[in-house]
Structures are given as C-alpha cells and as structure tokens.
Design a protein around this ligand. Structure first.
Ligand code: PLP
Length: 354
C-alpha cells in the first residue's frame, strides 16, 4: 500500500459498484477542509468557517468525484466512448478519465466561452473537442440527442453515477468535522453538485442521525434561473462554470433548498470577483471565480442577516475548482508587475523595501 485511494475504494459500500466494476481512478477525493481563520476574523463572525478545496482533485475540480464512477461504470458496460457537454471542467475530467480507461472521449463546448486552462486539458488528454456556436444549454441539448442516436455514454451530471460519486464530499466533510456542518455554501450551475451533496447528507442523517445542514446555493446575477424562476436564454457571467440558463437538476436543487430550509440566491460578478481575490489574498487559496460564489453568498447572508454572525457552529464553503483553470482572469483583475532596470536600489524601491 502507501499509494493514495480514490473515492471508489474509500466509499465502495455506498457507491453503485461491485467486484466486477473495473475501477478507473486518478486518486480523486480526500481534498483538504481548510480552517479559514483569517477570513473568520475579517468577517467578525462567531462561527467556524471551513473551505472544502475541491480544486485539489486530479483535474482541478470536483467533477473528478463523479467522473471516476461514471467512467468506471461505462467501462463495466464495455462502452467505447464517453461524451459530455461542458462549460469546461466536465470536459477536462471526462477526457482525463477516458484516457486512463483507454476510451474515446467527445466533448461539446460552447464556442469561445470556456477558460483556457480547461480547454488545454481536454486537448492534451486527446478528446475530440467540438466547439458549437451556442451556449452550454444548447450543447447539452445536442449531446442528449447524440446519445439517443449513437452508442456513446453520457457523463454529464444527468448520469446518476456522477451524482453518486459527488456525494462522497459530504461524507469527507462529516468525517473531518466529526459532525455535519450547520450551513453549506456553494455555487450552483447545472445544479448536479448541490443535488449530490444533499443526497450525501440525507444518507448520513438516515444512517447516523446527524442533523442536516442548511444548503445555501448561489448563482451569478446574470445566470440565475432558479432564483428568478425562469429559463435565462442568454446567461452571462465571468464565472463561466456557472454560466447556465436552464439547469438540468433544477427540480432537485429546489428540493435541496426547501427540504434543508436553506436558500438559493444570486450574487453579482463584482461580488464574486471580490470574494475570489479575498480567498487568494487572505487565505492563500486560489480557486476559480465560480467557486467564490460560495464566499460571496456567505457575505450576502451576513449583510442581509439571513445568518446570525454570532451563532456558534460551523459553515463550510465549497471551492469547486482551481484558480489556475482561468489564469487570464487573474492577470486581468490585478495590477500588472512593475518593470524596472537591473538595479538593487530600483528593485528595492519598487518592492517597497525603501
Ligand atoms: C461544474 C462547476 C460548478 C457548477 O456545478 P453544478 O453541479 O453544475 O451546479 C461550479 N464550479 C465549478 C468550478 C464547476 O466546475
């Protein structure tokens, strides 16, 4: 032993796998739950704030938890190809796991709307990448139609194996805290992840009697179909991972919200980017912009007093993806480096040492 375990090995008994399932893993899961003490001081709150840093999964997002199960089940069925529509991270994950399984992967992405890091992953893993002149919702529609006509295995979160794999994050959080959190804040795009976490927490509640957290989901203001209760035809946001106007798991997200007595609200791009820089500058955690919707959401709930700042308990913010997925955005959002001549004094002066 000594090598890491993936989530299938770790959570074999709660996943739809058996001895005959060929396990396709990149040792996903077991991501850190970081205690955000600087942030807690800055917010001036009485509760503990934890960051579940899902950007440290093998391809840099939580999608890997679902993908290991979806691709393993596809391999069990002897599928030769997997297909997905993607805002980026699903394609990065699907293409990596397909490569590991020796399968073909096809990814359908909205043209010009996915972050460079994610596109580079799909390409280097050898996926057939097709950019379509539409948005994510249009891509998903095409993929669903292709799956009806051709023998390809769909690995979007409509595939229930994805949800099963992703629910393992609830178990990890509960293991580390020794209890379920009081609140969980997270971004909502296609709404598979909030569905998965809620399923995980409900199972834990049934098995161990631990209380259910309030699920707090956040969409971007320009792409907030669940909040506005209408399909958004032209979703717009800098947080490309949640730029979705017609979430596939809409109904399940509403159930998670209502059953947990939580909430789904929206946060502006400006607040998302602010929270994103704060996570990096104050906690040393570089997540991708969409991930920061969780912290922006927590701040919104403190502002409008939906959450009591003095309550004693635990709040987990899910950081869904890694910051290096979207380096362009970071470079565009901060001050450019100062350029000086080769001189100790000039560098000292520019660095603020003198
Ligand atoms: C996919 C993704 C989301 C949205 O998750 P859904 O399951 O679609 O709601 C949020 N952040 C990142 C980084 C993602 O990759």
């Amino acid at each position: 032993m000594g090598y890491g375990k993936g989530i299938i090995e770790k959570y074999f008994n709660i996943l739809p796998v058996n001895e005959n399932t060929p396990v396709v893993t990149l040792n996903e899961g077991s991501t850190p739950l970081i205690k955000a003490e600087n942030l807690r001081d800055k917010l001036g709150v009485g509760f503990e704030v934890f960051l579940k840093y899902e950007g440290l999964n093998p391809t840099g997002s939580f999608k890997d938890r679902g993908m290991t199960v979806a691709v393993s089940k596809a391999a069990e069925k002897k599928a030769r190809a997997v297909i997905c529509a993607s805002t980026g991270n699903t394609s990065a994950s699907a293409s990596a796991y397909a490569a590991k399984a020796g399968m073909k992967s096809i990814v359908v992405i909205p043209k010009g709307a996915i972050a460079l890091g994610k596109l580079s992953q799909a390409l280097i893993h050898g996926a057939k990448v097709v950019a379509v002149k539409t948005n994510f919702d249009g891509c998903l529609k095409v993929v669903r139609e292709l799956c009806e006509k051709y023998e390809v295995e769909m690995v979007n979160s409509l595939n229930p194996n994805r949800i099963e794999g992703q629910k393992t994050a609830s178990y990890e959080i509960t293991e580390i805290l020794g209890d379920t959190p009081d609140y969980q804040f997270m971004p909502v795009g296609n709404a598979g992840n909030i569905t998965a976490y809620w399923k995980g927490y409900k199972e834990i509640n049934e098995k161990r009697g631990l209380s259910l957290p309030k699920m707090m989901g956040f969409q971007a203001s320009g792409a907030a179909p669940i909040v506005e209760d209408r399909i958004v035809n032209k979703p717009e946001t800098v947080a490309t991972a949640i730029r979705i106007g017609n979430p596939a798991s809409w109904r399940q997200a509403v159930s998670a919200r209502d059953e947990s007595k939580g909430g789904i609200d929206s946060v502006s791009d400006e607040k998302i980017l602010q929270a994103w820089q704060e996570l990096a500058a104050c906690e040393g955690v570089f997540a991708e912009p969409a991930s920061a919707a969780s912290l922006a959401g927590l701040k919104l709930c403190l502002e409008n007093k939906k959450i009591d700042k003095d309550f004693r308990g635990s709040v987990v913010c899910i950081l869904t993806g890694h910051g290096l997925k979207d380096p362009d955005r970071a470079v565009k959002s901060v001050k450019k480096p100062v350029v000086v001549k080769e001189s100790t004094e000039k560098v000292a002066s520019a660095a603020g040492l003198i």
